[in-house]
Design a protein around this ligand. Structure first.
Ligand SMILES: Nc1ncnc2c1ncn2[C@@H]1O[C@H](COP(=O)(O)OP(=O)(O)OP(=O)(O)O)[C@@H](O)[C@H]1O
Ligand SMILES: [Mg+2]
Length: 283
């Protein structure tokens, strides 16, 4: 757990795009409106008429089976690709391409193996031509992800979980308003995954970031999300939009409330999966 949040008040907060103070949350507001998508090479829609909003500072999980279109949707939220129909609107502006204000994290941390932890954490700033901020920001983000003692280590000498923390530090260095996570913990062992789930949620809340997390792990959704969209497949649609009403302590698990939420979400997920026509055999 990151015990040093009290020392991170100097962490630079992104300015609100409208220039006005927006209270504690500095996260982006996200609206997805009538979004549908078809890939040229395959017949039919992958995503069909999605409509939802995410409030500043909210943590949303997209839960759905393999192939239902979660990564496709996340790429569209980030501006890495554009939908066939409808739009993604962030802070009132239609997304037409990637921006420094929102960053993606993937299952593989994609670090440069010949560079140190600090050099890797500085890459986002370097690519954004904000090198003058490296000296102050990199130590702050390494502190935030609990890697200060490793700053000069080569990333190849780090564990998988530590490497994912370097990727997180690199993402946070540019002070984004939104984090988009595509199953970033699925390659890690259960213990490491649990601690990253807890810490990433804590950091997002501490900084007021909006976060969208793709997962097919029900317990990850219960631990991390304020709200879960359960997607069905062929084509991808929102089957259920449900809040996870747990305190931070209850999210640690091992209590009745956590177990009840886990069972409830698992039941929804199972029902949605059984409704998937690709799951049923033809007569
Ligand atoms: N570039 C592409 N061209 C054509 N089809 C694609 C492309 N990318 C994805 N698809 C197809 O679109 C559908 C949704 O893929 P997507 O990767 O978004 O699913 P996912 O929910 O993220 O799955 P997983 O949980 O396995 O990562 C799949 O049927 C996939 O084969
Ligand atoms: Mg995917």
């Amino acid at each position: 757990m990151f015990a040093r949040f009290a020392n991170t008040t100097a962490f630079p907060q992104p300015a609100a795009q409208d220039g006005a103070a927006r209270g504690r949350a500095t996260g982006a507001h996200l609206a997805v409106m009538g979004l549908s998508h078809a890939y040229k090479k395959i017949d039919g829609l992958v995503l069909d008429s999605l409509d939802f909003e995410v409030q500043p500072g909210e943590v949303l999980a997209l839960l759905g089976r393999s192939g239902c279109g979660k990564s496709t949707l996340l790429h569209m939220l980030s501006g890495l690709s554009l939908p066939s129909a409808g739009e993604v609107v962030i802070n009132g502006n239609t997304v037409r391409g990637p921006s420094q204000a929102w960053v993606m994290m993937f299952q593989a941390p994609s670090l440069y193996p010949w560079m140190s932890v600090a050099q890797n954490a500085a890459l986002g700033l370097r690519f954004a031509r904000r090198s003058s901020e490296i000296a102050t920001r990199v130590p702050e983000v390494l502190e935030l992800v609990d890697l200060s003692p490793y700053a000069d280590r080569n990333v190849q000498d780090l564990s998988g979980g530590q490497q994912q923390r370097v990727a997180l530090a690199r993402s946070l260095a540019t002070a984004p308003e939104m984090l988009l996570l595509d199953e970033p913990f699925s390659a890690l062992d259960a213990f490491t995954r649990r601690s990253l789930q807890r810490d990433v949620r804590a950091i997002a809340r501490r900084l007021g970031l909006t976060m969208v997390l793709v997962t097919h792990d029900v317990s990850e959704a219960v631990r991390m999300a304020d709200r879960v969209l359960v997607l069905d497949a062929n084509p991808g649609r929102i089957a259920e939009d449900t809040a996870i009403a747990l305190t931070e302590e209850q999210r640690e698990g091992g209590c009745e409330r956590f177990n009840a939420e886990h069972i409830r979400l698992m039941e929804i997920y199972t029902e949605v999966a059984h409704g998937d026509p690709s799951d049923q055999t033809d007569d």
